[in-house]
Design a protein around this ligand. Structure first.
Ligand SMILES: Nc1nc2c(ncn2[C@@H]2O[C@H](COP(=O)(O)OP(=O)(O)OP(=O)(O)O)[C@@H](O)[C@H]2O)c(=O)[nH]1
Ligand SMILES: [Mg+2]
Length: 427
C-alpha cells in the first residue's frame, strides 16, 4: 500500500489513519497487506505520481515481499497507472478501483449491479490504452472493425454502447420505482446516511426488530437500498431506508451511478446522519459525509445527527457534552443495549405526530360515510359516544382535518394521545 499526500495538506497529517482505512478496504476486497510505503509530495510526478527514487524503493519492496498488487491511496491518472505497472512489473490499482472491486463483488440487487457495472465501465474507458496497446499491435487488422478503426477504437465504441444501454436500463428501474412510490400510503419517511460501518443497518435492525438485516464489522456491508416500515407505537410509523455508506475519496463515477438510488434517499422527509462516536476519526467522517451530501445536492435536506456506539466510549457523558456543543440537537444512541435507541425513537415519534396530528371529531352517529372516510384516511385511536354525538379521536394530515372543518364539522385539536411520551428524552 502506498500513500502519497501533498506536503502541508491535512491528508499529510493522517497518513497512518488513511493507510489503516485502506488496509480495511484491501482486506474486504480479499487481499493481504504485506508492506506499506509513503511519501509526502512537494509536487506530483506526471508519470509516476511519486518520485523516481521512491518508485525504485517501491520496486524493491515489491520484490522483497513477493507482492502481486500495489494499491495507492491517491487517485492515479490512467497514464500514471500504466507507467507504474511497467516500472514495477505488478498490477497497480488506486483506491477508487479497490472500492469499485468491492462493490462489484458484493452488489446483490439488479439495480445495484447495473450501477456498479456502469461505474466500472466509466472507470475503464480512459484506461483502455493500458490494456490494449500491446495486444492491438499483435492482432493488427483482423476482426470486425470498421475502415481505419483500430482494435482500441472498436473496444471504446463497444464500451460506449454498453454504457448507453446500462443508462437506459437504469432509467427503466427508476421509472418502476416512481410507480411504486406513487402507490405508497403517506407516512413520515427517513433515510439513514453516514460513513461506512457507522451502524446504519444496526439502527434499522434495532428499530424494526428484523434480525435478517445484514450487520457486519466491515466496510460496505450494505450496498443495496432496503426500506422497512418501523412501528413507533400508538399507530405512529416511519418508513426508513438503509443504503450504501460513504467513505473519503468515494470514486466519483460510483457516486454518479448511484445518484438515482441516493436521490430516492433525498426525497425522504428527514436524513438520519449516523456517526460512529467511538471512531477516533469521527469528525473527519462526519465532514466527509456532509461533503458527499453536498455533491449529491442533498445538503439542504432536514438532517438529524445521530451519534451511535455510545456504549463503546469510556466517557459517554463527556462526549455528549462536547458533541452537543458542536451539533445542537444531536441524538445519542447505542444499538448494543435495550433502550439504546429510545432517544431516536422519541424524536421520530414527535416528527411523525407532527405530520399526522391527533384531532377529535364529533360526528352524527348516522354519518357512516364520514366515519368510513376517517377509518380509511386516518388512524382511528378511539371512538365513543359523547352525548348525542360520536366522538372520534383520529390521526389525520392537517389539510384533511382542515377540509372537514370547512365542511362544517366540529374538529378539535388535542394535545397528544395521552398514552405515549412524544417529547424528546434525555439519554
Ligand atoms: N459497540 C457498538 N457497536 C455497534 C453499534 N452499532 C453497530 N455496531 C457495530 O458496528 C459494525 C457495523 O455495523 P453496521 O450496522 O453493519 O454498519 P453500517 O453503517 O450499516 O455499515 P455499512 O453498511 O458497511 O456501510 C457492526 O460490527 C456492528 O455490530 C453500537 O451501538 N455499539
Ligand atoms: Mg449497512
Amino acid at each position: 500500500m502506498v500513500a502519497a499526500p501533498r506536503k502541508g495538506t491535512p491528508d499529510a497529517q493522517k497518513i497512518d489513519e488513511h493507510l489503516a482505512e485502506l488496509a480495511r478496504l484491501v482486506d474486504t476486497a480479499g487481499a493481504e497487506v504485506v508492506g506499506r510505503l509513503h511519501q509526502q509530495l512537494a509536487s506530483s510526478n506526471a508519470h509516476t505520481l511519486i518520485g523516481e527514487g521512491k518508485v525504485e524503493e517501491l520496486r524493491q519492496l515489491v520484490v522483497a515481499t513477493d507482492a502481486t498488487l500495489v494499491v495507492f491511496d491517491e487517485e492515479l491518472s490512467p497514464a500514471q497507472g500504466q507507467s507504474l505497472e511497467e516500472l514495477l512489473g505488478t498490477r497497480v490499482m488506486d483506491r477508487a478501483e479497490v472500492i469499485l472491486d468491492i462493490f462489484a463483488t458484493r452488489a446483490r440487487t439488479h439495480e445495484a449491479k447495473l450501477q456498479v457495472e456502469l461505474a466500472q465501465l466509466q472507470y475503464l474507458l480512459p484506461r483502455l490504452t493500458r490494456m490494449w496497446t500491446h495486444l492491438s499491435r499483435i492482432r493488427g487488422g483482423i476482426g470486425l472493425r470498421g475502415p481505419g478503426e483500430t482494435q482500441l477504437e472498436t473496444d471504446r465504441r463497444m464500451i460506449r454502447n454498453k454504457i448507453a444501454l446500462l443508462r437506459d436500463k437504469l432509467a427503466d428501474v427508476e421509472r418502476h420505482r416512481e410507480t411504486i412510490r406513487a402507490g405508497r400510503t403517506p407516512m413520515l419517511t427517513a433515510a439513514l446516511v453516514g460513513y461506512t460501518n457507522a451502524g446504519k443497518s444496526s439502527v434499522l435492525r434495532g428499530l424494526s426488530g428484523e434480525h435478517a438485516i445484514l450487520v457486519e464489522d466491515r466496510l460496505f456491508a450494505t450496498l443495496d437500498t432496503l426500506t422497512r416500515e418501523v412501528d413507533l407505537g400508538d399507530l405512529l410509523r416511519v418508513r426508513m431506508s438503509d443504503t450504501v455508506g460513504f467513505i473519503r475519496k468515494l470514486p466519483h463515477h460510483l457516486v454518479a451511478s448511484f445518484r438515482a438510488t441516493l436521490e430516492e434517499v433525498g426525497q425522504s422527509d428527514i436524513l438520519l446522519h449516523i456517526c460512529d462516536a467511538s471512531h477516533p476519526e469521527w469528525q473527519d467522517h462526519l465532514d466527509t459525509v456532509q461533503d458527499v451530501l453536498v455533491d449529491l445536492g442533498l445538503a439542504e435536506r432536514p438532517q438529524m445527527i445521530v451519534f451511535n456506539k455510545l456504549d463503546a466510549l469510556d466517557d459517554p457523558t463527556e462526549f455528549a457534552l462536547m458533541a452537543r456543543d458542536r451539533y445542537p440537537g444531536a441524538i445519542f444512541t447505542s444499538t448494543m443495549h435495550t433502550d439504546g435507541l429510545q432517544p431516536l425513537k422519541a424524536e421520530l415519534r414527535g416528527r411523525a405526530e407532527a405530520m399526522r396530528p391527533t384531532v377529535r371529531i364529533l360526528l352524527d352517529p348516522s354519518d357512516g360515510k364520514r366515519l368510513g372516510f376517517l377509518h380509511r384516511e386516518g388512524d382511528v385511536l378511539q371512538q365513543e359516544m359523547a352525548g348525542e354525538r360520536l366522538a372520534v379521536v383520529v390521526r389525520l394530515e392537517p389539510w384533511r382535518a382542515e377540509q372537514l372543518r370547512r365542511d362544517g364539522l366540529d374538529v378539535q385539536g388535542t394535545a397528544g394521545t395521552g398514552n405515549g411520551d412524544s417529547s424528546p428524552q434525555e439519554d
